[in-house]
Write a protein that binds this ligand. Structure first.
Ligand code: NAD
Length: 463
């Protein structure tokens, strides 16, 4: 049944009232003061980028340690350059606080707080709601509020707008509201905040106009769309696209394992086709703040429309199964050496969710360690980026009876020789894989990290 589509036209040349024109003028001459709420992986690079073109930025974060560090000019986010942050703080362009009462002094408010899932894999909008209530308390005529956190389509207009409208101020006239998704790819040196195209959707044409003007000051190409929901949906689609394609290659890996084929060789062969295919690679699961989380935001919202997002559910199922498969295969390989997982010494190599980055959020390697420990294996790990790691045993919130604290072991020949099984879960470039292969008794390589090692491969098994 087709329902009439409530069409919104993309009006980039909006008629602006005096309030909007004044705000635009402040943005253009950089006298607009910017507040970035949530100074994390997304918020901090954005804050520093804005100072570089002349804006004064206040970072608002509830994490006191982060606020103190920022005010001392100390960096804690990989993608931010130490000297750029230090310069922004030293010149007074960047300050930090945990106090929302600074908001009335600002003209542009950017929200970059987390959007995680609950233990039952439902959207947890607690952070967005908290900060929106704080903004509502301090909302002023002439402010632009823009959400950058990834979320389901409808959040800006269904969750944020009603709370801000309760102040009595009118959107598009007194204040301006937009959604502009962050697309940062941590560790990607080629595509940065500045040269990654930015989508913007405004609640009204004036909102879109003001928000587009703001982002155009620091980003090379800003692409306006007709509503916040379009921008919200586009962002979730981008991450769902990745989740589904990764699940597809993960399923291929499971099938190839059953059929005795090398999935990496199969994929390398398939990706020689110069068109119609894009490379994705299997692994021990998906990690990070986005891929394992965002598709479930969409799946949850879809249910409101009697719609089941089957691709998302299936992809989630396949990707979630991968750490279990890794542990099962690690046990199978030990069996070939007449050993079992129970009591086996397993060295996990790499615990971050992505190579060459220090981020362990939602890392599948941690799930692998958790499952190995629950199987009774003696687990140690090595990761040049993660000196310590806490792993909770059990599922959800209920059985968290035990937390195991581990410290990264030096990757010596002895450490490698002592392990009954070395499971490579992250393919950091810093690791000497020839040394790993030369010394380990048995290796399960879930990332094809040993791809370039030619000799002594008899004990290497790939995913
Ligand atoms: N990390 C990425 O690569 C990435 C990429 C694109 C989009 N996103 C999205 O951006 C959003 C933020 O992600 P992130 O990776 O920057 O998260 P993060 O955890 O690195 O940073 C969030 C910050 O918000 C602060 N915070 C939380 N609640 C707060 C509150 N009530 N008041 C003030 N500060 C508060 C936290 O202390 C933290 O410093 C998420 O929606 C995420 O999905 C992340």
């Amino acid at each position: 049944m087709a329902v009439a589509l409530k069409e919104r036209t993309l009006n980039t040349a909006a008629e602006l009232n005096g309030t909007a024109s004044t705000l635009k003028a402040k943005i253009l001459d950089k006298t607009a003061k910017v507040a970035v709420i949530g100074a994390g992986y997304v918020g901090l690079p954005l804050a520093v980028e804005k100072t570089k073109v002349g804006f004064s930025v206040v970072a608002i974060d509830q994490n006191e340690a982060r606020v103190e560090k920022l005010n001392r000019g100390e960096n804690y986010i990989f993608d931010v350059k130490d000297e750029e942050l230090a310069h922004a703080v030293k010149t007074g362009k960047l300050t930090a606080t945990g106090d929302f009462s600074v908001l009335p002094e600002t003209n542009v408010i950017i929200i970059c707080v987390p959007t995680p899932l609950t233990v039952n894999r439902e959207p947890d909008l607690r952070y967005i709601i908290n900060v929106t209530e704080q903004i509502a308390k301090h909302l002023q005529v002439g402010q632009l509020v823009c959400l950058e956190s990834t979320t389901y389509p409808g959040t800006t207009e269904e969750v944020i707008l009603p709370r801000l409208s309760q102040t009595g101020l009118k959107v598009g006239e007194d204040f301006f509201l937009a959604f502009s998704p962050e697309r940062v790819d941590p560790g990607n040196a080629r595509y940065t905040t500045k040269n990654t195209n930015k989508l913007v959707g405004g609640v009204t044409p004036a909102c879109l106009d003001v928000a587009t003007t703001f982002y155009s000051q620091t980003i090379l190409k800003v692409i306006p769309v007709s509503s916040p929901s379009v921008a919200e949906m586009a962002k979730v689609f981008e991450n769902t696209y990745r989740a589904v394609n990764i699940a597809l290659v993960n399923e291929m890996a499971l099938l190839c394992d059953r059929m005795g084929l090398d999935v990496w060789e199969v994929l390398d062969a398939a990706f020689t086709k110069p068109f119609g295919i894009q490379p994705f690679y299997p692994g021990p699961g998906v990690g990070g703040h986005c891929i394992p989380v965002d598709p479930f935001y969409l799946a949850w919202k879809a249910r409101e429309y009697d719609f089941s997002t089957r691709f998302i559910e299936v992809a989630g199922e396949v990707n979630l199964r991968m750490p279990y498969f890794v542990v099962e295969k690690a046990g199978r390989l030990l069996g070939m050496h007449r050993k079992s997982l129970r009591g086996a010494k397993v060295l996990v190599l790499g615990v971050t969710y992505k190579k060459d980055l220090p981020d362990v959020r939602e890392s599948p390697a941690i799930k692998v360690i958790q499952l190995l420990l629950m199987e009774g294996a003696e687990v140690s790990y090595h990761d040049p980026y993660v000196p310590e790691l806490s792993v909770t045993l059990g599922y959800g919130n209920y059985n968290n009876s035990k937390t195991v604290k581990l410290t990264s072991q030096p990757l010596t020949e002895e450490t490698l020789r002592n392990a009954d099984n070395v499971v490579i879960t992250t393919d950091h470039s810093l690791v000497d894989y020839q040394k790993v292969v030369d010394n380990a008794q048995l290796i399960l390589d879930t990332r094809n990290a040993t791809r370039n090692v030619q000799e002594n491969r008899e004990n290497v098994w790939k995913l």
